[in-house]
Design a protein around this ligand. Sequence first.
Ligand code: GCU
Length: 410
Amino acid sequence: MRRFYLLHFLILSSNLLLSQQKKELDYDVNYDESKVPNYQLPALLESSTGQQINTSEDWRNLRRPEILSLFSNMVYGIIPVPDDPINADYKILKEDPTFLKGKGTRKDLLITLKNSKGEVQMNVLMVVPNEKVNPAPAFMMISFDASGTSRLQLSKKNNGRFNNGWPIGQLLDSGYAFVSVYHQDLVKHNDVEFENGIHRLFYNESQSFPKANEWGVLAACGYGAMKTLDYLETDDDVDHLKVALMGHSKLGKAALWAAAQDERFAMVISANSGCAGAALWRRKYGETLQKMCSRFPYWLCYNAQKFIDREEDLPVDQHMLLALIAPRPVYVASAVNDNWADPRGEYLSAYHASEVYQLLGKKGLNSMENPPKNKAFIHQDVGFHLRDGGHYIADYDWHRFIDFANYHFK
Ligand code: GCU
């Protein structure tokens, strides 16, 4: 018993110490709208040589590649071309057509990526609806939960829902497949060594760490989604032309960047992705580059660290990331109390990205004013909502994501 109390005491005091340290680390976080600095965003529709971008061809052939290259080399890191090509092997380990009383089929997919430098494996969980005329459109989520863990089992209390809250039954009823890609299969959550995951397969002869412009953690999470999409292209149950890539928080960042690079993703959904996700860097509200890099030094590439405390010198801002997704639909979900993720900055980023959507004949957001709470902008190509509550995916979010997918996919 005494041992138990001692242990309890130790845990409590170390938690206290940690939150104290966090407070000290974060004493200077700005949550005051009036202290947001004046800033000027880099122009979306002007090329690096000053040429105005007035047509969709100029966007496509000139400005988009410039912006993509800047994000690749300065923010998230390029995915290098490995000396020895990566070989991918896909295997369905288990297939259960009786999932949820026969509503769906659960497939446990093993992806093995391999070359002479090594091998890594991904365990992807898929659920596809049984009742369907055509292949099903899909939500692919880069996820915090590993398949096979109890959080990814059907909840006993609430049929059709996983223990972690995913409304699988509802997705199946709405005609969607669901695919979950675990974020740590290819790279550890906060890897700073890059010795054991996917990165080493891409090193050249003498290399043992990513170069300054080479991929960090977020880009590697996104690479896992791309490899999973390669598989979906071969699976007749899923309509690979209608895959919405989504993620929450860290994984919303990863989803946005993956879809910016890989135009096979037909839609992107960012839930509370915040700093290095949908939120604008230059507002310096909530989490900043300095805060992110002090906790997670290599979520981005090393080059990004050069802009710590000088975000105004970044050649890009995050409205340009959202614009890279155009003309494909993008949905940004924010929450009122999620101040660390700067909901206002997420909205403004989606608003400014709308300039490119409009150039491409699509419908974006047309007001800079903060939108009302709990009102969803669904029937357009840049979707958005700001719900009550904090940093999680709520039922409200799921319902709006399904509405947005219904509007665009059906
Ligand atoms: C931390 C991090 C955020 C991230 C979040 C999450 O708070 O600073 O950038 O979005 O974790 O992934 O939940």
